[in-house]
Ligand binder design. Structure first.
Ligand SMILES: [Zn+2]
Ligand SMILES: [Zn+2]
Length: 123
């Protein structure tokens, strides 16, 4: 895998809200950058997948690492979860909707509203 050594400096979006402009150093576009990051995450996910017990549903199967993105209020890295394919997709949806995928995580760092949404909205 080729890794760019450029510490990208993306220009601020011209029209807010919008995607930042190309990297001022290497010319990489913001979309390509995001796609690259997603690809890397995907590769890590596939490379580290292994058989174990899903931390969510306790089924013994192939599990994939899941980590939500670090938020400004996080003092430490968000917890790393090992989830089966099914729970992984559900966690991704939960993070999109509530900011959290895991009850313990939300309980510790989330607001009351976020916690209520996680408990009430995601099954
Ligand atoms: Zn760059
Ligand atoms: Zn599961």
């Amino acid at each position: 895998m080729k890794i760019s050594l450029c510490k990208h400096h993306f220009s601020l979006p011209v029209n807010l809200p919008g995607a930042p402009g190309d990297c001022r150093r290497c010319g990489l576009s913001w979309d390509d950058n995001l796609a690259g990051l997603a690809r890397q995450a995907e590769q890590v996910r596939l490379a580290t997948a292994h058989e174990a017990r899903c931390e969510h549903c306790a089924k013994r199967t192939v599990v994939f690492q899941f980590q939500r993105e670090q938020q400004p209020w996080d003092e430490a890295e968000p917890p790393l979860l090992w989830l089966c394919q099914h729970c992984w997709s559900r966690a991704a949806v939960a993070v999109e909707e509530t900011g959290f995928a895991d009850f313990a995580d939300a309980f510790e760092r989330g607001s009351d509203t976020q916690l209520a949404r996680l408990v009430g909205g995601v099954r």
